[in-house]
Each structure stands twice: as C-alpha cells, then as structure tokens.
Write a protein that binds this ligand. Structure first.
Ligand SMILES: Cc1cc2nc3c(=O)[nH]c(=O)nc-3n(C[C@H](O)[C@H](O)[C@H](O)COP(=O)(O)OP(=O)(O)OC[C@H]3O[C@@H](n4cnc5c(N)ncnc54)[C@H](O)[C@@H]3O)c2cc1C
Length: 378
C-alpha cells in the first residue's frame, strides 16, 4: 500500500508516523520546508487542555490523544509534553470556564476551585481582579510543538517515507488518489490524505466552503526577575469567557524558545495564509494592551518576539472533513487541533488502511459523542 500525504503540519506528520510504523509506504508532500515553515503547527508551544464546554466529544478525545501521545513518546524515545496544569478564569455565571467546570465534573476530571483571594495569593504575577473564581485542573499542559514535528520527521527517516519539501500540490482527485504537482507531474497512490490547514480550500471545495483562514498574532515575553520562578511553576491560563478570549502558555525551563506566550482569540481576523507574516504595528499595540491587563507590573515585562500564524476556522469550531473513494481532506481545525494531533494522525491512518469507515471518521472528527470511543478500534 502507498499513501500520499499533503501537508507537513501535525496532522500530516502524525499520520505519516502512524502509517510508517505499520510498514506502509508514505510520500509526504509539503510546499515549504518540512515541517511546514508557515504551518499553524510550527510554533514553540501548544496547549493541551481538557476543558471543552458544549463539545463533549472533543473533551473525551483528549484522553485518547494523551494515550496516542504516550505511544509517540515511546517511539521517539523522548517525551515532549510538560504537564503544567491548566487554570481557567471565570468572571460570570455560565461563562466558558463556569460551563467547563460543570462538564469536567460530569466527566470525572479532577479540579480545584480557587477563590479570588487564593488566585491572587498563588499567582501574584497575574492580574485576576476581574475573576470571581479560578478552576485549576492538574492535568493538561504544554506540548513542545516544533520539537515534536522535527522529531517525527527524524523518526520517519528509518521507514519507507519519501519526503518532498518545496513541492506544491495543485490538484487532488479524491476518488482515484491522483495528485498533480505544480510542475504538472502526477503521482498516483492507493490513498491520499490532505492536511493542508489554512490552505484547505485550495485543494478541496467542500473544505473551502465550510472554513476560512484566520490570522492570529502571538506575543512572547520575559517576565521581570521577581516573577520568573512564579511563571516557571505556573499552569497554562485560559480566559475564553472574557470578551478578549485570552490564553497564556507558561515558559518551560531549559526548553529553547518556550517563553511565556500570550494569544488573544478575539483579535483573529480572516486573511489568506499567503499574505505577509510580519506583525503590523497596530496589531502589536492592540495585543500588548490586551495582554497588559492580565499582568501585574506589565511595564516590566520584556517583549522577546511576536509571531503571526494562520489557522483554518469553521463556523462552529468543529473540524470538517471530506471523504472520497480514496482520499480524505480535513480542515476547520479552529485553534484546537494540535493537542489532538497524535490521535487525529492515527484516525487518518486507520481510515487509509480500511480500519475505520468514512462516515465514522467524519463523525468522530466533528466531535460526535457517540463516536468518542472510536480510537479504541485504531
Ligand atoms: C496562534 C495559534 C495558537 C494555537 N494554539 C493551539 C493550542 O494551544 N492548542 C491546540 O491544540 N491547537 C492550537 N492551535 C491550532 C493548531 O495549531 C492547529 O489546529 C494545527 O496545528 C493544525 O495542524 P494541521 O496539520 O492541520 O495544519 P498546519 O499545521 O497548518 O499544516 C498544514 C501544512 O500544509 C502545507 N500545505 C498547504 N497547502 C499545500 C499544498 N497545496 N501543497 C503542499 N503543502 C501544502 C502548509 O505549508 C503547512 O505546512 C493554535 C493555532 C494558532 C494559529
């Protein structure tokens, strides 16, 4: 069997890993470098959180993703996950964090509720005056995204994997698994998997109609010395119930580039993934103002980097997929696929090897609760 995979972000690389370890021949095609230089997956950190209010299928998928990550660490001989815990800030009844707390209880995921006084005592570096409570989940943490992509690439060198960097696919026939390259050369395989993130609509109309590319800017900071150790011990922080919808990844000691990072979901804007990735001054100023509201002594933080990235977003934040006779495309990963990358790669590999049907794969990727245990069949 031969499988062509288009796109070397986490979905494409994890599918490559899952197929290669089963002895299946893979051709991995990427328009940029491998891993993709402009891939949404290619950043220092990505958060893994259990909270998914109103999307129980994804909340359940996180557990399967953790199992699949453990398998990956075993194969790679090294873990790239740091369990920091996750802190959800809630400022009003029934906001995102409040609904998360109820769902976590229903799913038997342990958490502690922190009062405003406990929040300011434990996290003096955070300005949490607006929060009426915090929900601290011990599990969850930070995945070292770029290191994972590079390590999977190295792992695949010992398997039957051909990697074609700098190669753009211009057309995919999802029924015959035929792929056309920019050079007009055509490649034929038994199956094709299209995991092209924000570029999803270029190769699959159904994905293009259901998703859009959204630009996000992330801010990397060094804290002032008096807060360095507090941040090194901190959990990730999520406040998706606020108007800003902000999150922070704590720095990871000794991990290059894994600095304190902030993102503000509400600042995302629809934009082609092919436009300039240089942060605009107004974008940076707005980001700094918003993030500053969450920091004690914000003016003493040092800005180390600003990075622009694009991801594929669907209207309801659920992933969309298209399944033909011999090909699958996925998109709409909406800022939350990296944490599931390990198990999504396995799911795509399971479909390619006929272990899972197309309709089941589509329902599972949509976060259907009734399909949540599907990975047990992979
Ligand atoms: C700022 C930001 C923060 C995020 N934070 C989190 C988080 O904390 N936790 C989490 O779980 N998720 C997070 N996400 C979402 C997550 O990063 C993405 O959902 C995930 O990385 C998408 O992976 P992918 O493999 O589908 O796509 P990508 O990583 O975007 O990879 C797609 C690849 O396809 C290549 N490609 C495209 N078109 C072609 C073509 N025609 N021919 C050849 N190659 C092609 C691209 O060059 C690219 O390398 C975040 C996203 C952003 C932008």
């Amino acid at each position: 069997m031969h499988v062509i995979i288009v796109g070397a972000g986490i979905a494409g690389l994890a599918a490559t890993w899952a197929l290669a370890r089963r002895g299946i021949r893979v051709t991995l095609i990427e328009q940029d470098t491998v891993p993709g230089r402009r891939a949404a997956s290619n950043d220092h950190q990505r958060l893994l959180r259990h909270a998914y209010p109103g999307q129980e299928g994804y909340a359940r998928m996180v557990r399967h993703a953790l199992d699949a990550w453990s398998n990956l660490w075993h194969d790679l001989g090294e873990s790239f996950y740091h369990q920091t815990g996750s802190l959800l800030l809630s400022s009003r009844d029934n906001d995102w964090s409040d609904r998360s707390r109820r769902e976590l209880a229903r799913l038997d995921i342990d958490f502690d509720v922190l009062s405003p006084a406990m929040l300011s005592e434990r996290y003096p570096m955070l300005a949490t005056g607006h929060a009426r409570e915090g929900v601290l989940i011990e599990s969850g943490g930070v995945l070292m995204a770029q290191k994972i992509l590079l390590a999977i690439g190295r792992y695949c060198e010992s398997y039957d994997v051909s990697v074609l960097p700098g190669t753009t696919v211009t057309h995919v026939d999802f029924d015959s698994a035929r792929v056309r390259l920019e050079s007009d050369e055509e490649l034929l395989a038994d199956r094709v998997l299209v995991t092209t993130g924000a570029w999803g609509g270029d190769l699959c109309d159904a994905i293009g109609q259901a998703t859009r590319s959204v630009r996000q800017c992330s801010l990397y900071l060094d804290p002032p010395p008096r807060f360095t150790s507090a941040w090194l011990d901190a959990p990730s922080v999520v406040d998706f119930g606020s108007d800003d919808a902000i999150y922070a990844a704590p720095p990871i000691d000794g991990a290059d580039g894994a600095r304190l990072k902030f993102g503000v979901e509400s600042h995302g804007r629809v934009e082609s993934p092919d436009v300039s990735r240089i942060p605009e001054p107004r974008e940076a100023v707005r980001l700094l103002q918003t993030v500053g509201r969450y920091l004690t002594d914000a003016e003493h933080y040092e800005i180390k980097d600003l990075r622009v990235c694009c991801y594929s977003q669907s209207v309801d934040q659920r992933w969309v997929s298209y399944v033909g006779e011999r090909g699958v495309a996925i998109g709409g990963c909406s800022g939350h696929l990296f944490k599931m990358g390990s198990v999504v790669g396995r799911g795509l590999a399971a479909w390619a090897t006929n272990s899972v049907s197309g309709p089941d794969l589509v329902a599972w990727l949509r976060g259907s609760v009734t399909h949540a245990s599907l990975p047990e069949q992979f």
